[in-house]
Design a protein around this ligand. Structure first.
Ligand code: 5AD
Ligand code: SF4
Length: 496
């Protein structure tokens, strides 16, 4: 590496006590430095170096992946879907064990790519890396990984990117072959690093990070830390900038959006409540649709329902995770509501916002679940009439309270899961079929993958409708007649 070109790292030392603004300035210097490394690489390869971000998991992860891609593109790499890119980063998820297994399979295959492209660098980050066991496993069995970091220090990515290209040059002191930096917590929110958007017309916006709820099955509070809300003015500034850039739909993201701002108020800083923030975002000129994910049934206020009701550009879709319909199981899950309270809330939503879809998450096979508990869940499904639901098989997460509870036999889990799945499918089909023949506003998102003569559009209630069309319609709203219901989606035609 040319030392006259790339300045000494001594100037960039972390003071430990620096402010969020200082940290941003520091990372921007690293970003400049990363551009020099990308330039070196370009000379070496005789072409623009490529990157690939492989995302696992939820919308929070997808948003983080956009930040990783933004840094890499801004450094001078070009994006590709190929896991044989010059810089590949896996952003992991650990909410259920199938995500863990899937990731290790993919990481195993990465070694072949590295053999073919010796200048390739491999990085791993995200929720799985907050667990020591996973980091140890990579250390031991995946020697070709260059960089590992966690969820709390993602804003340091420009710095780590430089580390990866400098670790073999002796430019600074590191411990061993891999760069590993995992933090167990942070109260930092570093704004304004570059981020790339997957879609030009819609975007996710983080409003808060972490979760304080500690549902007994869930790993999220351990890997994403305590709740930290962004300042409302920063959020609104970001939404305004997105609108100016042509974005017409935003999704506000948080693990428990109803508790937005409470941590700030506790610290003595004034803050908007979530309903106030949602309404302010809905009023930003150019924003034609606002979504949010995820509220918690125990905290959902009348104010929030009222704000949705009176703002037609807030999506007619409320995702309200049920998890179980049994009071006994809800208690063991630490959910803080009962079956009847959940049903009363859903009925209130149906009464006040009749066109809103209610969707949910349900876990089958939680420790101690018996058929009578499954029956309670089925009863909620029938009485609420969910418009859709994600049904998960309970997955033991090490370190969570439920992992120490007595587990139930696999056949019993499967029996409950199958019953719940067929009940939610029936409910979703019934709810969707009612809409046949109506004309509704739909935002075209992409060309249909199976049939390029069609485009796929999303209704306010989150249902997908396929319509004849082409690429030029992407990012635009149309009034669409819902011709035929295919279970959970529609075929339709544009009216105007
Ligand atoms: N096992 C199965 N499902 C889980 N979820 C969270 N943790 C687990 C687990 N250990 C589900 C919940 C949550 C969704 C995002 O993932 O239903 O709402
Ligand atoms: Fe996990 Fe419960 Fe927090 Fe959702 S609310 S992220 S399920 S702990």
């Amino acid at each position: 590496m040319n030392e006259t070109q790339i300045p000494s790292r001594f100037l960039l030392k972390n003071t430990g006590e620096n402010t969020n603004e200082d940290e941003l300035a520091r990372q921007k210097v690293f970003l400049e430095r990363a551009r020099l490394h990308a330039g070196e690489l370009e000379r070496l390869l005789g072409r623009t170096p490529t990157f690939c971000v492989v995302n696992f998991g939820c919308q929070a992860n997808a948003k983080d992946s956009e930040k990783l891609a933004g840094v890499l593109r801004s450094a001078g790499f070009t994006g590709t879907e190929s896991e044989g890119a010059d810089f590949v980063i896996y952003n992991t998820c650990t909410v259920r064990d199938n995500a863990d297994n899937h990731f290790f399979g993919r990481l195993g295959r990465a070694s072949h790519f590295k053999k073919e492209n010796p200048s390739m660098k491999i990085a791993v980050c995200g929720c799985m890396m907050q667990e020591q066991g996973n980091v140890d496993k990579i250390r031991k069995s995946y020697p070709y990984v260059d960089l590992i970091f966690g969820t709390h220090n993602l804003f340091r990515f420009p710095e780590y990117l430089c580390d990866v290209y400098e670790k073999d040059t002796g430019a600074f002191d590191i411990r061993g072959q891999k760069i590993i930096d995992i933090w167990d917590k942070t109260d930092r929110i570093v704004e304004d690093l570059p981020a790339e958007r997957k879609y030009s017309f819609k975007a996710g916006v983080n409003i808060m990070f972490g979760c304080d709820n500690f549902c007994t099955y869930c790993i999220v509070p351990y890997v994403r830390g305590r709740e930290r809300s962004r300042n409302a003015s920063e959020i609104l500034r970001e939404v305004e900038a997105l609108a100016a850039d042509g974005v017409c739909e935003v999704m506000l993201l948080g693990q428990n959006v109803d508790s937005y701002g409470l941590d700030l108020i506790k610290k003595g800083e004034p803050s908007m409540s979530f309903p106030e923030l949602l309404e302010a975002v809905a009023h930003v000129p150019g924003i034609e649709r606002v979504r949010f994910m995820t509220p918690h049934p125990k905290d959902m206020s009348d104010d929030l329902i009222e704000v949705i009701r009176r703002n037609p550009n807030i999506a007619r879709h409320i995702h309200l995770p049920l998890q179980s319909g049994s009071d006994r199981i809800l208690k063991k899950m630490n959910r803080h509501y009962t079956k009847e309270q959940y049903i009363a809330l859903a009925e209130k939503i149906r009464e006040r916002i009749p066109d809103a879809a209610i969707t949910t998450d349900i876990i089958a096979g939680f420790p101690g679940e018996e058929m009578c508990d499954v029956e309670d869940t089925l009863d909620v499904i029938r009485r609420v009439g969910f418009d859709n639901a994600y049904t998960f098989i309970y997955s033991i997460r090490r370190g969570t309270p439920a992992a120490k509870m007595e587990q139930i036999p696999e056949e019993q889990v499967k029996e409950g899961f199958d019953k719940i799945l067929s009940a939610v499918q029936e409910s979703a089909r019934n709810r969707a079929s009612i809409l046949t023949g109506r004309t509704m506003r739909a935002l075209v998102e992409e060309v249909n993958k199976q049939d390029p003569q069609y485009v796929s559009a999303r209704l306010s209630n989150n249902i997908i409708v396929h319509i004849p069309g082409d690429e030029s319609m992407i990012g635009k709203f149309y009034d669409v007649h819902l011709d035929t219901c295919k279970g959970f989606y529609f075929f339709g035609t544009v009216v105007r």
